[in-house]
Design a protein around this ligand. Sequence first.
Ligand code: PHE
Length: 349
Amino acid sequence: MIEQLQALRTRALARLEALETSGDPGALEAWRVEFLGKKGELSSALRLMGSLSAEERPVVGQVVNEVREELESAFAQHKAQAEAQALRAREAGDAVDVTLPGRTPFLGAEHPLQKVIRRIEDIFLGLGFAIEEGPEVELDYYNFELMNFPKDHPARDMQDTFFVTEDLVLRTHTSPVQARTMEKMQPQVPVRIIAPGKTYRRDDDDATHSHAFAQVEGLVIDRGVRMSDLKGTLLTFARQLYGADQEVRLRPSFFPFTEPSAELDVRCIYCGGAGCATCKQTGWIEILGCGMVHPRVLELGGYDPHEVSGFAFGMGVERVAMLLYGVTDIRQFYLNDLRLLEQFSGLAH
Ligand code: PHE
């Protein structure tokens, strides 16, 4: 019996040795079950102890214990080795070669138009305005109908408007956000919002026209709003944007949704008013359309024009940006020419 146990030990250790190279954790566990498990070979040997004499029993028992301890410690050692090896293999796989030269990513920059929109937003947020948004694909109803465009108004003509369907257009201005805001807020006052966004018109692209451009709309409705409120707000805006001594003027104009309507000119940023090519020798440059909200528009929006009044304005972001940065061709904003964009990254120059 003692010989059997010795043989078992030799066999078990030899098998364990052979496993080492396979590196399979399942095989190691199978080995443990086969030799050390409850139904394993060592346990079977133990069961035979009953048939031994009283003198033989302690002697054999000691050998059984020795063999068990030896096998258990050999198993633990192999298991630890296998785990360490697996860890090393994983680490080798994840290794980073820190001596490789790095790749320098191109740093993006905020687009100049987005930069200007953010500046405009900051100014109006500071004046207590909230920001609203509306869809670029807009119902005729909001783009025209609620903004008091008569059915046969020339701006509805196919020449100016991209129609998606008969009732659906690419919005030609951000003014439909006025109608959407009134619909949502009526009859509450005050309304004090700006609405930045993309707008579309069937224009041929040239130095001053783009079929896609950005506007920032403004709308204020409250009790007792007057034209002087409009002018004061726009003067404050122009001075924050272009400088504390910036002069502005209102010039009569026409829009179906404002009455009276006006255009806001700023003193030419380039010549200071002396007259130059940019201001066409007038000394003034137009930056936005504005006016007192037409009573009919208030009514269509759910407000009582006898109770409240309001003003509105809409500015072309490209125009404001061109003046601010001295860009002379509107197409520059859409060419994605890195030589222009890099100037706004804060890195170049
Ligand atoms: N929606 C007008 C345009 O696109 C601008 C405007 C807005 C005028 C609000 C008056 C009031 O030209």
